[in-house]
Write a protein of this length. Structure first.
Lengths: 442, 705
């Protein structure tokens, strides 16, 4: 298991550390920076798991930090360590807003405290921020509670070790609401001719729960695999001749609050939500989709003099729909300069630090087609090498009130057995680009 | 700028504050004074400042007595700070902690569970035997605490105590308490108890019988599994993976009970589940393999949308799983296509998986991958490009159909012509393809006509492998090269400066072609190789050749030697040996599974680290620490060495040329008089050029022998 966790700066030098067991020499972490440097010199392939003198260095990068876990045993569960490191950064993010070198230096006390609570003897313990916040309250604690009474000393919440370890007792809201966001991110790679090389839809169901007590929720969606039987009427809702409207979701993943065995046996999604925002489930679909925003990009390089780029963008969505915040990032050679643009809509600028031009269109209505042309100068001197800018065109967009997969929420039933309050579920749909919505240039 | 009311509040607060402030300078004298100040707020600030200095790795141990005075307080936060300080110096100045022992014992009975935990947690980490003597009562009490939070902390303390002082731990009998914690009603306590027992078992397997405990608690584990935190689930799944099901029915039952966790959001839980499922699947009657594979595929695929480090673990594990169950994931090829923003280490692993994944009977799929790999080969990260080119050759050989190989070759030649910097990699790749399609003359013609046109090859090619291959090609198809002799001569001139692979290749080719070359080249090479080369294998080989050539009436032997045809290579993907594979499958998601180094069976020389300090002299303490550290380092180095030497450690390196070279050598070795020498030479060469790689080819060669 983990022998110690270290926060290191961008060069790999330790800033803050917590050692959980003393089976590694104190100086072990000092080898991390030279180790990285040596590797970088050799090649640019640096795996996140290094081995030096029998000590394993597992690390992740976050902002300008390396978060490193050291271990001595090959039997250490690497998957667990990496997930833990990510969770740790996530939890710190909830406390410090941004997790970077400066904020780590400023908040060492709270970080020590969290490290103590989240891991014991190298074994991960509790990482749920909502629970941690109830008894690790460095900053806010002294400000509010000190004024009140001594009575409010921090104690581990009783819920912590219960089977519902993610929700505390006694939460109350005046108005009980649950917000459901269905977010679908499209990853798609196209070539310049408009042929889709691959595409996938990654969907997330994000819940923001503002509900009192210990509510039990039941979610019905129109997935073929998921039985959306209404428990009261006993009727199955999907099979009412509406086969077309049901989607088949693959690779469903659930938040730990979902009763997995119940889903496994009865295909019903039931859960007691944590308070606040969380990702209830995620899914993936590989059904082919046509490009929602299509760009016909044409690049002409006249070496030694100039480069010409023509781009025609089309929103291939329903007339009524609109794509918001569309951004088209077209790569240009890094030695290009003096841009001049012609365009019908939106705004264009040259982003030299990304070696690209960025075309922004605030709202792009379905069926519309816009175009732009850009011309940039190329240096006339070194014309020998071919301009290297083999990067794809990246497209960003958001389309509200629309899901590509056709997933729909049939119902969200909220039941709090003791309080029996009235509650309001809200549902929102949005489709956006994933991190790989690109057009390859030849 | 904060809102006005906040600013007013702050102003009032500041102006009301009487407690003096502590500066940020961190001078010991100032801190000491502040630590004993009459104002609680000042004291608290001072502790914080002290800890700050501690973090900046300044030695503030001299403040220990003063900080300790602040431990008796009702303020939980302040107590935590003091404990933090104490815990830190518990490692370096254990003897100082004696001073705090009374407070620890009192705090272990505090009504607040948080404080009870803190005290027991700290106590069990201090390496002073005097403190360990005090630990008994609090530990026993907290193990039976009403509060599950305290119990889950206490069970881990047993493992800590065991590490510090095994004898004491056994004497106190807390191990029995730990075992009974496996039956605790709270799943988190069960999980931590399991983790603690696993740790103890790793330190000394004679104390508790872990396997038996797991056997008798399987039902508890399965029950607890659905009700605990994600981390506890991983621990419990880990324990379940150790369990051997009694029969196929039980194995099936376990699969059914855990497989819901394949859909857990935490990828580590998913991998742990996969391990349990795979282990038990081999024991069931495997009625519905297709559904099983689908389930497995979809779980593995889902990890591909997690952070890159997790993907890396998954990809390395997929590599292992694929070898056992090649049919898994065949439909999911697209998932492993490289994204332009993947980190480089992911991109390279992905290519490896892609080539392995491909169904060598599915033309459409292979063709798609061919196009994709070509695309990668035109990117600009050198490591990635070179892996993609290697991938192209692997793909061609795997699909094996003549037309397809020819098409792959065309792609490679096209790349070769367009890009100056790809010559090295492409040269190796086309030679691999030619080795696969032995006797295909058109292909050989195509390749040779391109390669032949290069001028000053010895400086165009930079890598050892590429030169070696080029020379091999000249040896195989001497008629297809113009001005062969001057080309070879150029290589021979550089002979002493070349690396061993190229040297070997030059030597072989020259011997092979000696009848076509003017006499002095052969003489020249043999002399160079025997006199000015320190590389043993090259030298030995040269001596052997020389002797062989100078033996009287050896025409037939030389004839055989020069006309030998290397066997066709069928597979360029390396594989694990069966027992390594089985071991790796039981170690999924561990570090050993990422490094492909299974834990060795022999007892992993665990040294019980008796750090416990009995004397109180500083010097003595330092000495103990020094020797301990030195000892640990030694152990580690030894261990490392063993691992590297491991025969089955499959390094990724795709130089098959060495195999062919070996083969030529083999022909030679059939002469009885020299067989002993050759045997030795071959073994050397084998180990030297193919670091512990076991492909079917090597195996064939050895068998032949």
């Amino acid at each position: 298991m983990v022998s110690g966790i270290y926060f290191c700066d961008i060069k790999g030098r330790p800033i803050l550390s917590r050692r959980y067991r003393d089976d590694i020499p104190l100086s072990a972490i000092d080898r991390f920076a030279p180790l990285l440097a040596d590797l970088e010199e050799e090649s640019s392939v640096i795996p996140p798991c290094l081995n030096h003198r029998g000590i394993q260095y597992l690390f992740i990068e976050h902002e300008d930090l390396y978060v490193v876990a050291l271990s001595t045993s090959l039997a250490t569960n690497a998957a667990q360590v990496f997930t833990f490191l990510h969770k740790l950064v996530e939890a710190l993010g909830d406390y410090l807003k941004t997790v970077e070198e400066e904020s780590v230096r400023d908040n060492f006390v709270i970080i020590y405290e969290l490290l103590d609570e989240m891991m014991d003897y190298g074994i991960p313990q509790i990482t749920e921020t909502k629970m941690l916040k109830q008894y690790i309250t460095q900053k806010s604690f002294k400000l509010i509670k000190a004024v009140k009474k001594v009575k409010a000393t921090a104690r581990p919440p009783t819920g912590l070790t219960n089977s519902v370890s993610w929700r505390a007792d006694g939460i109350t809201y005046k108005k009980n609401e649950a917000f459901l966001d269905i977010v679908e991110s499209i990853n798609m790679v196209m070539n310049q001719q408009g042929q889709v090389l691959r595409s996938e839809i990654i969907g997330q169901v994000i819940v923001r729960s503002r509900l009192s007590g210990m509510p039990d929720l039941k979610l019905g969606i129109n997935d073929k695999g998921i039985f959306t039987r209404d428990p009261e009427t006993g009727e199955s809702q999907v099979t009412a001749g509406k086969k077309k409207s049901s989607a088949e979701l693959e690779d469903l993943k659930f938040h730990q609050c979902v009763r997995l065995s119940k889903f496994e046996n009865e295909k019903i999604i039931t859960f007691i939500p944590p308070d606040g925002e969380f990702e209830l489930m995620s899914y993936r679909l590989t059904t082919p989709v046509k490009p929602l925003i299509w760009c016909d990009v044409n690049v002409q390089v006249h070496s030694k003099s100039r480069i010409e780029i023509h781009c025609r963008a089309k929103a291939q969505i329903k007339k009524k729909s609109v794509a918001n915040n569309v951004e088209i990032l077209i790569p240009v050679p890094d030695d290009a300069d003096t841009p001049s643009f012609r365009y019908s809509h939106g705004s264009i600028k040259w982003v030299p630090e990304k070696n690209a031009i960025l075309w922004k269109i605030r709202s792009f209505y379905g069926g519309k087609e816009y175009s732009m042309a850009a011309q940039m100068g190329l240096p006339s001197i070194n014309g020998v090498e071919k301009p290297k800018f083999k990067r794809p065109v990246q497209v960003k967009f958001q389309i509200p009130y629309f899901t590509t997969s056709g997933i729909q929420v049939r119902y969200l039933k909220i039941n709090e057995p003791k309080l029996q309050y009235k509650s309001y579920p809200w549902v929102r749909y949005i489709t956006q680009n994933g991190d790989d919505y690109t057009i390859r240039l030849n | 700028m904060p809102p006005l009311d906040k600013r007013i509040k702050k102003f009032i607060k500041n102006s009301l504050r009487v407690a003096p402030r502590v500066s940020n300078k961190g001078e010991l004298a100032e801190l000491r004074a502040a630590l004993v100040s009459q104002y609680p707020q000042t004291r608290k600030d001072a502790i914080k400042k002290t800890i700050q200095q501690m973090t900046l790795s300044k030695d503030v141990s001299s403040l220990f007595p003063d900080v300790l005075k602040n431990i008796a307080t009702n303020d939980v936060e302040q107590k935590k700070l003091v404990y933090l300080y104490v815990m830190n110096y518990a490692e370096t100045h254990p003897e100082l902690c004696i001073l705090a022992v009374n407070t620890f014992v009192t705090d272990a009975q505090d009504p607040n569970p948080l404080i009870r935990c803190m005290s027991i947690r700290t106590m069990s980490m201090i390496r002073v035997d005097k403190i360990l003597e005090y630990v008994e009562t609090p530990l026993r009490r907290t193990l039976q605490d009403d509060n599950a939070y305290v119990r889950k902390t206490a069970v881990i303390c047993v493992a800590k105590l065991f590490q510090l002082n095994k004898e004491l731990c056994i004497e106190l009998g807390v191990l029995e308490d730990l075992v009974s914690a496996l039956d605790d009603a709270n799943p988190m306590v069960v999980a931590n108890a399991t983790a603690a027992l696993t740790e103890i078992n790793a330190m000394d397997s004679s104390v508790v019988n872990l396997a038996e405990l797991i056997n008798s608690h399987v039902s508890q584990f399965l029950l607890a599994l659905n009700e605990c935190t994600e981390w506890a689930r991983i621990t419990i799944l880990g324990a379940l993976a150790e369990y051997n099901a009694r029969d196929s029915l039980e194995a099936q039952d376990i699969i059914d009970r855990v497989s819901a966790h394949l859909q857990h959001v935490n990828p580590a839980v998913v991998l742990a589940t996969i391990q349990v499922v795979i282990k038990n699947y081999s024991r069931t009657e495997q009625q519905n393999p297709k559904a099983f594979m689908n389930r497995l595929s979809s779980a593995l695929v889902s990890i591909m949308s997690t952070p890159p480090e997790m993907q890396y673990v998954a990809l390395r594990n997929i590599r292992i799983i694929l070898e056992k169950y090649p049919e898994v994931l065949t439909k999911e090829l697209r998932i492993f296509y490289v994204k332009f923003n993947d980190p480089l280490y992911i991109k390279i692993e992905k290519i490896d998986i892609l080539v392995r994944l491909i169904d060598s009977t599915n033309f459409k799929q292979c063709n798609m991958l061919l196009v994709e790999l070509k695309e990668y080969a035109m990117e600009f990260e050198p490591e990635f490009v070179s892996r993609a080119i290697q991938g192209l050759a692997q793909l061609g050989i795997k699909y094996s159909e003549e037309k397809f190989v020819a098409k792959t070759l065309d792609v490679l030649l096209e790349l070769l012509e367009g890009h100056e910097n790809l010559k090295d990699d492409c040269c190796v790749a086309v030679c691999d393809l030619l080795r696969h399609s032995v006797g295909n003359d058109t292909m050989a013609n195509n390749v040779c006509s391109v390669l032949n046109s290069w001028s000053s090859v010895e400086s165009t090619l930079t890598s050892d492998a590429a030169k070696c291959n080029y020379i091999w090609l000249m040896g195989q198809y001497p008629d297809k090269f113009t001005s062969l002799e001057s080309k070879l001569e150029a290589f021979v001139q550089e002979f002493p400066q070349e690396e061993p692979l190229t040297q070997t290749s030059i030597l072989m080719t020259v011997v092979r072609l000696h009848s076509k070359l003017s006499g002095n080249i052969l003489q020249n090479v043999l002399e160079l190789a025997t006199n000015s080369i320190h590389e043993l294998d090259v030298r030995d080989m040269a001596i052997l050749y020389w002797r062989c050539l100078s033996v009287s009436d050896s025409e037939k032997l030389i004839e055989e030697l020069c006309s030998s045809v290397s066997p066709r290579i069928e597979n360029t993907l390396d594989q694990f040996s069966a027992d390594v594979l089985e071991k790796l499958l039981t170690e999924l998601s561990t570090i050993s599974s990422i490094l492909f180094k299974p834990k060795s069976d022999r007892n992993t020389s665990y040294v019980q680290r008796q750090y416990v300090v009995r004397g109180k002299q500083m010097d003595e303490l330092k000495d103990i620490a020094k020797t301990e550290i030195a000892k640990t380092m030694n152990d580690d180095v030894l261990l490392d060495f063993d691992d590297d030497d491991d025969e089955s450690n499959p390094q990724i390196s795709g130089n098959n040329n060495a195999l062919d070279d070996l083969d030529e050598l083999f022909d030679f070795g059939s002469v009885p008089s020299n067989s002993a020498n050759v045997d030795q030479g071959m073994k050397n060469l084998n180990i030297q050029t193919q670091p512990a790689k076991k492909t079917s080819n090597t195996q064939d060669l050895l068998d032949l022998f």
